[in-house]
Design a protein around this ligand. Structure first.
Ligand code: BEZ
Length: 198
């Protein structure tokens, strides 16, 4: 399996964490999605992550790839549905994943906007993206996280890791001490250490 990825991408990091946890071997191809038109032949949306399977077919984006890797690796990152246990944790896991993905979307878009030449930079967009990141952090602060990480915890970990990587001055820990405590432990998982953004 070949993963089109980028060492800074928090979305690709989700897939790399799941693969690491399940000891799945991925060939990683680092690309710069914005500049690399050849990526379009792999993913018509020209986005990473994209996973090319051994039969040549491709999967995207990160929620689909992560669920696929979980399936082939026999993982427990996507709790199943059960008529006997309707609160199996599936909706909590998927809801957390959606919240984490949304924080990443805003943080990555804000990073792109902030690195545009001054005359093309849109300050309203930057303010709107940062408001989304901060509201996402506020929503996470009162939440409890599972000791057995699901795709939800993995996604939140990758989102917070990206904030530390690109927004080191944000100081998100000051107003989110519970989240900060959780991340201090979560970020020490070997799979998180092995996939730290660069
Ligand atoms: C970044 O440089 O921050 C970045 C690169 C690729 C995907 C997402 C973010």
């Amino acid at each position: 399996m070949k993963l089109y990825t980028n060492p800074a991408s928090p979305f690709a990091r989700k897939c790399r964490v799941i693969a690491h946890e399940l000891a799945l071997k991925l060939e990683e191809v680092n690309v710069n999605a914005r500049d690399d038109d050849s990526l379009r032949a792999v993913n018509p949306l020209k986005k990473i992550p994209a996973l090319v399977l051994d039969d040549g077919s491709a999967l995207f984006d990160s929620p689909v790839i992560c669920e696929y890797l979980n399936d082939v690796g026999g993982g427990k990152f996507f709790p199943g549905l059960s008529v006997w246990r309707p609160t199996s944790g599936r909706w909590k896991a998927l809801g957390l994943q959606a919240l984490g993905d949304g924080i990443m979307d805003a943080a990555v878009a804000c990073r792109y906007e902030s690195t545009q030449p001054e005359e093309r930079r849109n300050r309203d967009h930057i303010a709107r993206y940062m408001a989304t990141v901060k509201a996402g952090l506020d929503a996470l602060e009162p939440m409890s996280f599972s000791e057995t990480p699901s795709i939800g915890e993995v996604t939140i970990g990758c989102a917070l890791g990206y904030l530390d990587f690109r927004y080191a001055d944000l100081g998100w820990r000051d107003k989110h001490p519970k989240l900060a405590d959780w991340f201090a432990k979560f970020s020490q998982y070997p799979s998180m250490l092995a996939t730290a953004p660069s």
